[in-house]
Write a new protein. Structure first.
Lengths: 315, 338, 308
């Protein structure tokens, strides 16, 4: 780890470019990155651009079948029972979904990481109390927590974000604590402490940079969990409320029309899967690519057999 | 144990038990395969100890794993043969190879802390070889395991057979590993740094145990180590490895008495034993090359005090320099005459 | 072993206590509990008599005492919908969920051990890549959508399976499959990861060096070591299974505790919700202890407190 610290700038730079090159080599990982980019763009651009289109009811264009542009490009994925464009609704719903998932993940990431690093750095009672709290939250089904809280309070976006953030803090808290407790025992952290560096400065300068990559990978996986929970809540009718739209809510609305207009429920579900699978894939890829000891796995495996290759060499 | 003494072929002193010829191993890396063991040849004789000597990373452990067929999937044998009783074990099917693992070829691993399965009692682990190869009943295999524990010097073997690995000290765990390896009286035992993780006093006891077992069962012992003192004390033959190749080999007294490779010479000079008081200890300049960046020609030339132009272009082959001796240096004669 | 168990029981009891406290305070924090317990249409007179009847005019500590006494009798008041004791409704729904979840978990564990071990045996092989892709897709598929697709294809289009109910084996297929995908996907990845690291442990090399067959290496030496890390996620999985049960039971009309909870939310039946939440927490508490016992049985080091 000490060599990591003294590594010159140049080494870091080539490391990053080779990561990009590695990404380009892995077709699955690059596809996943593209999907996430697209979802991100939709989330940013669709609500202002397509918001009206997604809400406009058109009773002459009810339950239009998908994959035809006879009624205009906006109906390429069909229309719902009120004649609204499924494509536009999908794009706008991406915005809602992200506006819940991103703040929830960021909140839990920041709070959980700082708390965890602090707990792991100090050990003792601060650590045990923190871990007990994490245990308590984790041993309770997050959907139930959301159900109870959203029963008592309103199911607004802010409340959903808050519930999801609280439910996921323990994930980061545990990871950050374990890593920083391990780091604390290393020499360079000890050295910093001996020189009288303040605790928070030590955490910021020596612990955080090393723990952060792990935490970010955890966040990528957790992003999927948060997204799925939000869509489950919305599907059950205790999450995002109409007229707002989210992918989960769209599936719930499409469920009523399942026999006549399957596309209303199918496309938002596919959107959820595509996004979560992409995030999972990219996180898994990043974990391997970021670990020098594992990177060889990304190179094509060739199990050459001795009998075939070694025969002539020792004749 | 008496049965072993009557083993056919075990009677005369220098029967070759295992012969390794031209063994090469590559490791898969991001930018293509990297050779880590290059054309290694040696032979181990029954009742004798052959030391494979080298610094860490020189490929000696990789050689041991290749010979026993226990390479990690990232590494691969790309050439050579390992002859045991006249058959090449590298080309055997997995079933035949398993049949040899234990009675033919056994290994003692380096890290006794993790080499025993933490979730089973040591008794049941020591009974495994008998269950697998001799199809003994659970009870009979267990009896054998207790006998083995007694043989390698575990106090109160019957009671301790019910204990788990974490309840033993490092030295006792290494004894247990040795017991497991010699359970089926192998003709060749490979010991990969068997004492690195242990206290000095315990190290001596373990080496003594290995020597005792070797004398009794007349197995060939291949001792893989970086410890010159252990080699000097224990080995009959030595093969010195550098950067994946053997650079010098021969009987221990001759090689250590009059090295014929500058690397061997450098190793011996860096040890205080037998050194005249007052003279400075010399160490070899520089560090061993990474397997991916081995210099052209002679791998040692960048650190060699005798290197000349020819060394950069001609890789020196391992050539016979006398009865039972070989060196991979163009200028070995200069060392021999000095 | 006993001290180990005692320590674990005490530490797993803490979440249970927190839930009990949490439900109590949640019912009081939001102002008048009558808002929670009574339907929105209740008249002010109804609210007043409700408060007096349940002692909400007393001090908080006295209320908490009453609350605990009620808990001990598993008395949560009456359901608004059926006017029956809330505990009765909950206990009636409980076995249905238990059966569904138990059967699903059994399938998930068996399937994941087989698939995960096969994938881990040759890391990065085609089989491993396929297993990894399928399991990560399974783990990230929204269960409610999977259920609806199942209904669309197998019930609506093909008419092979019923859309709801619990009668007959056919009625179990879709609910179990829906509940299965997520834990199965997660478990395959966990078993795979644990098996990969177990298979690369030195003791595996030792086992191979004694001539152990590959089956023996995988099933005797590696699997038992991989079992412990796999068990650590079992707790999280049971918790996740309850999330899934809420969704599955709602969609398939499965008369279990998950459907009961959603129904009582939508009809604002707090007494039933409270009883259901507490019973769920109690079940999780019991399961965690069972998992700990399993953990100790698998690994002697845990039993002897060597790994505190």
């Amino acid at each position: 780890m000490t060599t990591e610290q003294t590594k010159p700038e140049a080494a870091g730079k080539t490391g990053r470019t080779s990561m990009l090159a590695l990404l380009r080599k892995d077709r699955m990982a690059s596809a996943a990155a593209l999907v996430l980019l697209l979802v991100g763009l939709c989330a940013l651009l669709a609500p202002p651009l397509l918001g009206d289109l997604a809400r406009d009811q058109n009773l002459r264009a009810v339950n239009l079948r998908p994959f035809s542009i006879d009624d205009g490009w906006e109906f390429v994925l069909g229309s719902d029972s009120l004649g609204r464009s499924v494509l536009a609704r999908l794009a706008v719903a991406a915005g809602t979904t992200m506006s819940v998932a991103v703040p929830a993940v960021l909140l839990s990431l920041v709070i959980g990481s700082v708390w965890g690093m602090w707990a792991g750095f100090h050990r003792g009672w601060r650590e045990s109390v923190s871990m007990r709290i994490a245990d308590v939250i984790l041993s309770f089904p997050s959907l139930l927590l959301a159900v109870v809280v959203l029963y008592v309070f309103d199911p607004s976006v802010a409340n959903i974000v808050a519930v999801l953030a609280v439910a996921r803090i323990p994930i980061y808290l545990r990871t950050a604590r374990a890593e920083s407790a391990e780091l604390r025992s290393r020499l360079f952290v000890d050295a910093a402490r001996t020189f009288g560096t303040r605790d928070w400065a030590t955490i910021r300068r020596h612990v955080a940079p090393i723990v952060l990559p792990t935490l970010l990978t955890v966040a990528a996986v957790d992003f999927c969990f948060v997204m799925l929970t939000e869509s489950s809540l919305s599907f059950l009718g205790i999450g995002i409320q109409p007229p707002d739209m989210s992918w989960g809510l769209m599936v719930a609305q499409g469920r009523q029309e399942l026999q006549t207009a399957w596309w209303i429920a199918v496309f938002p579900g596919l959107a959820i899967i595509l996004t979560t699978v992409s995030a999972t894939l990219l996180a898994a890829w990043a974990r391997i690519a970021g670990d020098p000891a594992q990177r060889w796995r990304l190179t094509a495996p060739k199990r050459g057999r001795l009998g075939r290759r070694g025969g002539k060499e020792q004749a | 144990m008496n049965a072993v003494l009557n083993k056919p072929g075990g009677g005369t002193a220098a029967t070759v038990a295992m012969e390794v010829r031209g063994l090469s191993v590559e490791v898969r890396a991001a930018d293509g395969p990297v050779p880590v063991v290059r054309e290694v040849s040696f032979s181990a004789s029954s009742g004798q100890t052959l030391a494979l000597l080298g610094e860490s990373g020189c490929g000696k452990s990789m050689t041991a794993q290749a010979v026993t067929g226990l390479l990690d999937p990232v590494a691969e044998v790309v050439g050579g043969e390992v002859l045991l009783d006249g058959q090449d074990v590298l080309r055997l099917g997995s079933r035949e190879r398993r049949r040899l693992a234990g009675p033919g070829l056994a290994v003692v691993f380096q890290d006794a802390m993790t080499a025993l399965n933490p979730v089973y009692t040591v008794g049941s682990q020591l009974a495994e070889p008998f269950r697998i190869h001799q199809r003994l009943s659970r009870r009979a295999a267990r009896e054998k395991a207790v006998e083995l524990m007694e043989r390698v010097g575990i106090p109160e073997p019957r009671a301790r057979a019910k204990s788990y690995p974490h309840q033993f000290s490092g030295g006792l765990r290494q004894r247990l590993l040795i017991a497991m390896a010699v359970a089926l009286e192998p003709s060749v035992l490979i010991a990969d740094e068997p004492t690195t993780a242990l206290d000095v006093t315990v190290q001596a006891q373990i080496m003594e145990l290995l020597a005792e077992l070797r004398r009794e069962t007349r197995m060939a012992l291949v001792l893989i180590t970086h410890d010159l003192a252990v080699v000097a004390e224990q080995a009959d033959q030595v093969a010195v490895m550098y950067a994946g190749s053997i650079v010098e080999s021969g009987p221990i007294a001759e090689v250590f008495g009059a090295p014929r490779h500058p690397y061997t010479r450098g190793l011996l000079d860096s040890v205080p034993a037998g050194h005249a008081r007052g003279t400075r200890l010399r160490s070899i300049e520089g560090t061993p090359p990474r397997p991916a960046a081995i210099p052209s020609g002679c791998a040692f030339r960048t650190r060699c005090p005798m290197a000349r132009e020819r060394c950069a272009t001609d890789p020196p082959p391992l050539t016979t320099t006398g009865p039972g001796r070989a060196s991979a240096c163009h200028y070995w004669k200069e060392l021999a005459d000095a | 072993m006993l001290t180990f168990l005692r320590r674990r029981i005490v530490s797993s009891a803490i979440p249970l206590l927190v839930v009990i406290l949490g439900v109590f305070f949640l019912a009081r924090l939001t102002g008048d509990p009558a808002n929670l317990y009574l339907p929105l249409s209740a008249t002010p007179e109804m609210r007043e008599s409700f408060s007096a009847q349940h002692g909400f005019d007393q001090s908080l500590t006295a209320q908490f005492g009453d609350y605990l006494a009620e808990l001990a009798r598993f008395d949560f008041g009456e359901s608004l919908r059926t006017a029956q004791p809330a505990s009765e409704a909950v206990l009636r729904a409980f076995p249905a969920t238990l059966q569904l979840a138990g059967f699903t978990m059994l399938l998930a564990v068996i399937g994941a051990v087989v698939v995960g071990s096969l994938a881990a045996y040759r890391p990065n092989s085609p089989a491993d890549r396929i297993a990894s892709f399928l399991s990560s897709t399974a783990a990230s598929t929204p269960d409610f959508w999977f259920a609806i697709m199942g209904v669309l294809i197998f019930a609506v289009q093909l008419d092979w399976l019923p859309t709801s109910g619990t009668a007959g084996a056919a009625a179990w297929v879709l609910p179990v499959a829906t509940l299965l995908i997520r834990p199965f996907g997660v478990l395959v990845q966990v078993v795979r990861g644990a098996m990969v690291s177990a298979l690369s442990a030195p003791y595996i090399k030792v086992a191979r060096s004694t001539g152990a067959s590959e089956q023996r290496v995988i099933f005797k030496h590696a699997l038992r070591n991989a079992g412990a890390p796999a068990l650590t996620v079992a707790g999280d999985l049971t918790v996740g299974l309850i999330n899934g049960a809420v969704v599955v039971e709602t969609i398939f009309g499965w008369p279990g505790i998950g459907k009961l909870m959603i129904d009582s939310i939508l009809q604002r039946d707090f007494a039933v919700l409270q009883a259901a939440v507490l019973l769920t927490a109690l079940t999780i508490f019991a399961l965690n202890i069972l998992i700990d016992i399993g953990y100790a049985l698998l690994d002697a080091r845990v039993r002897q407190g060597a790994m505190a």
